[in-house]
Design a protein around this ligand. Structure first.
Ligand code: C2E
Ligand code: MG
Ligand code: MG
Length: 631
């Protein structure tokens, strides 16, 4: 229950009137007794005092009835007083600013938070109108709408910009309420508000973060896609063309893995800055994630223009990045999509540029490629296969096949190489060449290789148990996984889980994977070697090994690529190459293993040249574990 100012005044007036009445009455009484009140006896004076006190107590006790009598329906019990005190404390200590006006809109009270937020003291605003704080940001209609809502609903809430005493304008979240007295008449307005400038600021920051990449400060994929959409609308209206370039750094992963993410991040930042310099202003440059950047060239009429821009980017990226004592070289592949010739929507354009990028990557990297129709079909096939591959893993459609490896001198089988197959429900047995590159691009290769590794180890343990002795089971490791630290852990886990003796496991890594980043490879191979497994370089002769580096690698075996074996024993070039590889391996204390042996004379030639191991259709094709012969 609250007491309005008007009521308080009425109460005070009542006390004053009653007191005056009483004094007059007491005077009359005293005068009735004697002309000189000072002449009263002590007994009479005590009686008068008692009478006065008694009457005062009576008035106090019956004050509620008296107040009721004069129309103030309040009972200020102790409880009410307590509540009032609490309300006053809340009013003054709340963080929200509070402003009370009378029904005419003149300020009658403000709290401490009001003074803190606005910078005005109470005496500077009492008696004034709240329009003193107007920011000028809202028009007349805005305020009219507030009053209309107040009149209709008795309450209004919303964001409103006001001005502080300092002149600064700031946003408030304000709730205004119309207060009515017991008779239902409008008596006051109370406005409660909070300063939301801090929130607004955070909102702006959040909006910025949502649309920008924190590392480079460039627009992110979300903003880029939005810009592409807008650009297409404008281009369509103006009958102009647009070019969309997707850029991907080549072998960036090896920098991250080899030098750490901090260096990787610094490099990405510098790449962003350099790209900014190349493309110049008026062209949207974005970091789409990881090592992928996007460039949107509006007003790009011809293919040639986009191609030239791509070439400029590729060339500038070839220059070394020098920072913190590092001198790093990186190349970039670019895929180009054009509007309106290639695609009509932003989504399609992005997809096409991505296909073109894939083409650029597949054709040797550090180059650019354009999107064409035929690429779309290729991309679609890839997308379909990628989707199906996931299902293949889930539904156990992969198969581990084993191809025998023979000792050329004794013609005995000494080991097997595990080769993956996909038992596709419609397409039948799919060879790895059709899905491994897709798995590598989509990242599924990690799961596939882990699965093959586990199968191979399990199978080898089973053969051991059955007394079927072999010196090794070989497993291929994708170049995509080879650079990653997780590989070591994965191999260790599988060995532990299956209980296979590490000496019986051989890991094959292609020559190109090793030479892509020899330093990382060296570290990785050492770690794997520590596990006790044997290491082989697959498809040897197809990469560009540096002999010096090869010598430092902890590798026990070189596998001569089948391309050189095919020409044996007649092709002079192949003969020369095979001889060199065998000599090289032997000089470095490595075993030599020839693959792709299809005829007996190839095997004889290789044995004569002192190649130790042989694999190929001549000895046996890759087959399921159950189909291997055991004499
Ligand atoms: P690779 O590791 O060099 O495997 C040898 C390939 O040569 C196998 O092809 C094998 O079937 C084939 N081959 C064996 N003997 C002969 C022969 O006498 N004549 C001919 N023409 N070919 C022969 P496949 O199984 O199609 O595998 C192809 C490649 O796919 C493999 O080359 C390997 O790089 C990759 N691959 C296979 N399985 C896996 C796997 O589980 N993980 C990874 N990452 N890659 C795998
Ligand atoms: Mg292999
Ligand atoms: Mg091979």
């Amino acid at each position: 229950m609250s007491v309005s100012v008007r009521d308080a005044l009425r109460m005070a007036a009542l006390y004053v009137v009653l007191s005056i009445l009483w004094l007059v009455l007491a005077q009359v009484l005293l005068q009735g007794m004697t002309d000189d009140p000072l002449a009263l006896t002590v007994g009479q004076q005590i009686n008068v005092v008692i009478w006065v006190l008694f009457s005062a107590v009576l008035i106090f006790v019956s004050r509620a009835r008296l107040l009721n009598f004069i129309g103030i329906g309040v009972r200020l019990r102790g409880e009410d007083r307590e509540r009032l005190r609490m309300a006053a404390a809340v009013f003054d200590s709340t963080l929200e600013g509070v402003l009370v006006t009378d029904r005419q809109g003149l300020i009658v009270h403000v709290n401490r938070a009001f003074m803190r937020i606005t910078g005005y003291q109470q005496d500077e605003v009492v008696g004034q109108r709240p329009n003193k704080f107007k920011s000028g940001r809202h028009g007349v209609a805005f305020y009219q709408q507030i009053f209309a809502t107040l009149a209709e609903k008795g309450e209004w809430s919303g964001e409103i910009w006001n001005r502080r005493k300092s002149g600064e304008i700031y946003p408030q979240w304000q709730t205004i309420r119309a207060i009515h007295d017991d008779a239902g008449e409008l008596s006051h307005y109370v406005a409660v508000f909070s300063d939301i400038s801090a929130i607004k600021h955070t909102e702006q920051e959040l909006a910025y973060l949502a649309h920008h990449d924190p590392l480079t400060g460039l627009p992110n994929r979300l903003l880029f896609t939005d810009r592409v959409e807008q650009a297409l609308v404008t281009a369509q209206a103006n009958k102009r063309g647009c070019g969309l370039l997707l850029l991907d750094l080549d072998h960036f992963q090896s920098i991250n893995d080899g030098l750490g993410h901090t260096i990787g991040d610094q490099l990405l930042k510098l790449v962003g800055e350099r790209l900014g310099e190349v493309v110049g202003s008026g062209v949207t440059l974005a970091r789409l994630g990881g090592d992928e950047f996007g460039v949107l060239a509006e007003n790009c009429q011809q293919v040639g223009q986009a191609g030239k821009l791509a070439q400029r980017i590729i060339e500038r990226m070839r220059e070394p990045f020098v920072f913190d004592g590092h001198r790093l070289f990186i190349s970039v592949s670019v895929g180009i999509g054009l509007f309106p010739s290639d695609a009509l929507s932003a989504e399609q354009l992005l997809r096409n540029a991505d296909s073109a990028l894939f083409k650029a990557k597949s054709s040797g990297r550090a180059c650019y490629a354009l999107y064409t129709e035929e690429l779309t079909a290729h991309a679609q096939h890839r997308v379909e296969t990628a989707g199906e591959l996931r299902r293949a893993l889930e539904q156990d459609e992969l198969r581990a096949y084993f191809q025998p490896v023979h000792d050329l001198a004794t013609a005995k089988r000494v080991g097997v190489e595990t080769l993956v197959r996909w038992q596709h429900p419609q397409r039948g047995l799919v060879p790895p060449s059709e899905f491994i590159p897709i798995a590598e691009r989509t990242g599924l290769i990690a799961e596939i290789d882990a699965w093959v590794l586990r199968q191979a180890c399990r199978q080898m343990v089973q053969w051991q148990r059955e007394g079927r002795q072999m010196a090794f089971v070989a497993v291929n490791i994708s170049s995509r996984l080879f650079g990653q630290h997780a590989l070591y852990r994965q191999v260790a886990e599988v060995l532990h889980e299956t209980g296979l003796d590490p000496a019986l496991l051989e890991l094959e890594v292609t020559e190109s994977a090793v030479m892509e980043d020899p330093e990382v490879a060296l570290e990785q191979l050492h770690r794997l070697r520590e596990l006790g497994v044997t290491l082989a370089i697959d498809d040897f002769g197809t990469g560009y090994s540096s002999l010096l580096r090869l010598k430092r690698l902890p590798v026990q075996k070189l596998k001569i690529d089948q391309g050189f074996v095919a020409g044996l024993p007649h092709d002079d070039d192949d003969i020369a190459i095979v001889r060199v590889i065998i000599a090289l391996a032997r000089s470095m204390g490595m075993q030599v293993h020839a693959e792709g042996i299809e005829q007996q004379e190839q095997a004889s030639f290789l044995l004569q040249e002192q190649c130790q191991l042989g694999q190929g259709y001549w000895f046996g094709r890759p087959v399921p574990a159950g189909d291997l012969d055991w004499e």
